[in-house]
Design a protein around this ligand. Structure first.
Ligand code: AMP
Length: 216
């Protein structure tokens, strides 16, 4: 099974992709996570990408597609892939077709998380994660049970992404509207797009996605 989770920044792609990895043994392929790891490790890709990411603009198609290709190369053939934050442009969508073909894979579903953009800005600027294990939280929607302590690992250090500020978020929304949303018709023509309400409770969104990928 190979699926794409599509939706503007903050739509909940990362949260939902993570849940699918736990429930279905699939692998989350997040180009955002890969790029952040490259920035942290100061690899040549990371050094090149950092400024672009800090501005909320898109990194080059060649860089992100090469990251995805390398991940699929290293994965077992029988492990399903959840593409999270990729593809983001028409060129990437075309490159993904080539990459999937090379690895004898085919796309099963494209799931678009539908959201209200103004609510998203609030959502994004409130999110943070455990500095130790990476568990995701939100100031109001999903705070840790005990304030200042991670539910998953008991860690007490938290961090926010540098690009989760209002100005960068608006640029990222704009990039989505101009470059990513227009790729949906490519997949609509193939009849593999499902729209899911991304503004509901996290559990309800998961249930809706699961009914698409594993109908009862
Ligand atoms: P994300 O975590 O998916 O919101 O990505 C964070 C940032 O990484 C984006 O704002 C872009 O600068 C960059 N990025 C992640 N995925 C891609 C992609 N598929 N194409 C281009 N840039 C990307």
């Amino acid at each position: 099974m190979n699926i794409i989770l599509l939706g503007p920044p903050g739509a909940g792609k990362g949260t939902q992709a993570h849940r699918l990895t736990e429930h279905h043994g699939m692998r989350q392929l997040s180009t955002g996570d890969m790029l952040r790891a490259a920035v942290k490790a100061q690899t040549p890709v990371g050094i090149k990408a950092k400024e672009v990411m800090d501005r909320g603009e898109l990194v080059s198609d060649e860089i992100v597609s090469a990251l995805i290709d390398a991940e699929l190369e290293a994965m077992g053939d029988d492990v399903g892939a959840i593409f999270d934050g990729y593809p983001r442009t028409a060129a990437q969508a075309e490159q993904l077709d080539g990459i999937l073909g090379k690895h004898n894979r085919a796309l099963d579903h494209v799931i678009e998380l539908e959201v209200d953009v103004d609510a998203l800005v609030k959502r994004i600027t409130g999110r943070f994660s455990c500095a130790n294990c990476g568990a995701l939280y939100h100031n109001t929607a999903n705070p840790p049970e005990k304030e200042g302590v991670c539910d998953q690992c008991g860690g007490t250090e938290f961090k926010r992404r540098p690009d989760d500020n209002e100005e960068t978020v608006r640029t990222r929304m704009d990039e989505y509207r101009r470059k990513t949303a227009p790729i949906l018709p490519i997949y609509e023509e193939r009849g593999i797009v499902t729209r899911v309400d991304g503004m509901g409770e996290i559990d309800d969104v998961t249930t809706a996605i699961e009914s698409v990928i594993a109908p009862a």
